[in-house]
Design a protein around this ligand. Structure first.
Ligand SMILES: [Zn+2]
Length: 456
């Protein structure tokens, strides 16, 4: 009897193992089936390791890449478009891992969990991205060979209209790149990089100050060009020149480091951490499945390093996409749409395929605080950057000139949004080692935004 019981238990255990295994397999199949099917060893849909199906277009139906049955890729006729969109689309041999032609391979070959690869005939699926190839081209021309990135998205719908990373190259004529190359040529910097934000980070410090200081409107500070946090020379926060007496709005407008160091100190480590987290900088966004790199910000308990961290220096490194989304949240009363890049899909039958919908972030900034900050950002433009430098744009912005030390030319940043019923766009512009933020990156932003609103 005992023997029988033991065998019964053993059988039951085996059944449980089997069921567990099936469950595990099915879960993995649902989760990764698309990746398995679109794995380059699958001969049905690849030729010599290259995807042999599907066409990718921009939002206006301009060809970005066509995968033909020999496994060759046919790109847009215009070199300027090929260069500007190489990080969006991907190259011929898969060096750019976040390119749409790799990431959306399962969509291009038509895999889904129920039907498997149901388009194994010769007809191609067509994928339309939210990107505007001409706007990307303008952005790349404005970067003019300098390293950096430009991202622009619709803060109502989440559609990314421009995403350019530099250095870039013509996928039809790829350069020789040595194994120790550190230029980031294969990286989409908008998605997969993080960089010293400089004074653009003052927008987060300002948010924390407005929310947590009861008397933020009464805050004043007299800048004499530097502020000591200890006896040593390294304990000093500096400005380019003495700004005199400023309130929080004026401090943002003239980008007074000393005042913002003071604000960060008053807000304190815990709240600075909390507001950086809340602004969405430390998280990752999924751009239709392409994951962004989180920012990395380190606040100390006090002293000169906390002050510098609140100014966007010290160890601060910000991901450009997350900064752009924060601009979207300020423009959009606190919440922003999560960026997306898939616009629509056409099946070989001509019927539409399903792509994701607009999804919103949590509240990244309180609605009233967003309103106050937007007012300040408008005053930055009117009183400092000059509205005349941005004709026909109702622009709200903050510049950043991120110091890198060692006599290196600083990174130029310009971030913000425009208010326009037809063109609700938020943007981030970074020109590495470009020089002064407002002049250099501001000029790039202006060229791109003019193109978007139709002022060629
Ligand atoms: Zn100052």
């Amino acid at each position: 009897m005992k023997k029988l019981e033991r065998r019964a238990i053993l059988c039951l255990a085996l059944v449980l193992v089997l069921l567990g295994g099936i469950g595990y397999y099915v879960t993995r199949l649902v989760e990764y089936g698309g990746d398995w099917v679109s794995y380059p060893a699958n001969k049905h849909i690849y030729n010599n390791g290259y995807i042999a199906k599907g066409v990718i277009y921009d939002r206006n139906g301009k060809l970005l890449v066509k995968n033909n049955s020999e496994g060759k890729k046919v790109y847009n006729d215009t070199e300027g478009i090929r260069r500007a969109t190489v990080h969006v689309v991907g190259d011929k041999v898969g060096n750019i891992a976040t390119g749409a032609n790799i990431v959306f391979a399962d969509k291009l070959v038509g895999y889904n969990f129920i039907d498997g690869t149901y388009t194994t005939n010769d007809k191609s699926r067509e994928l339309y991205l939210t990107i505007d190839a001409d706007v990307c081209r303008t952005a790349n021309q404005a970067l003019d060979g300098r390293d950096g990135t430009v991202g622009v998205y619709n803060y109502k719908t989440g559609e990314i209209i421009c995403m350019v990373s530099s250095p870039n190259y013509d996928p039809n004529n790829p350069p020789e790149v040595s194994s120790d190359d550190d230029s980031g040529i294969y990286i989409n910097k908008f998605i997969s990089n993080r960089t010293v934000p400089g004074s653009t980070f003052k927008l987060i410090t300002a948010t924390a100050a407005i929310d947590t200081m009861d008397d933020y409107e009464d805050f004043t500070y007299t800048c004499k060009g530097f502020e000591q946090y200890g006896k040593a020379k390294v304990d000093r926060v500096k400005c380019a020149y003495p700004h005199g007496t400023v309130d929080i709005q004026k401090a943002l407008e003239v980008s007074c480091n000393c005042a913002f160091g003071k604000l960060a100190s008053e807000v304190g480590q815990k709240k600075m951490e909390e507001y950086t987290q809340r602004a969405g900088l430390l998280g990752r966004y999924s751009i239709d499945g392409i994951m962004t790199l989180p920012s990395s910000i380190e606040f100390t308990s006090g002293g000169v390093s906390l002050a510098w961290a609140g100014i966007g220096q010290y160890h601060d490194l910000v991901n450009p996409c997350s900064m752009m989304v924060y601009m979207g949240a300020i423009a959009n009363h606190g919440e922003a749409p999560i960026p997306r890049i898939l616009s629509k899909m056409k099946l070989p039958s001509g019927l539409p395929g399903s792509v994701g919908d607009t999804q919103m972030t949590d509240e990244l900034i309180n609605a009233d605080t967003a309103k106050t900050l937007a007012r300040y950002m408008r005053l930055n433009v009117e009183n400092n950057y000059g509205s005349y430098n941005f004709p026909d744009l109702k622009l709200y912005a903050k510049s950043g000139t991120a110091e890198l030390g060692d006599d290196k030319s600083p990174h130029a940043w310009f971030v913000g949004f425009i208010k326009n019923e037809d063109y609700p766009y938020a943007f981030v512009c970074l020109v590495e080692n470009g020089g002064r933020g407002a002049e250099v990156a501001g000029n790039v932003a202006n060229q791109v935004l003019q193109k978007i609103i139709g002022n060629d």
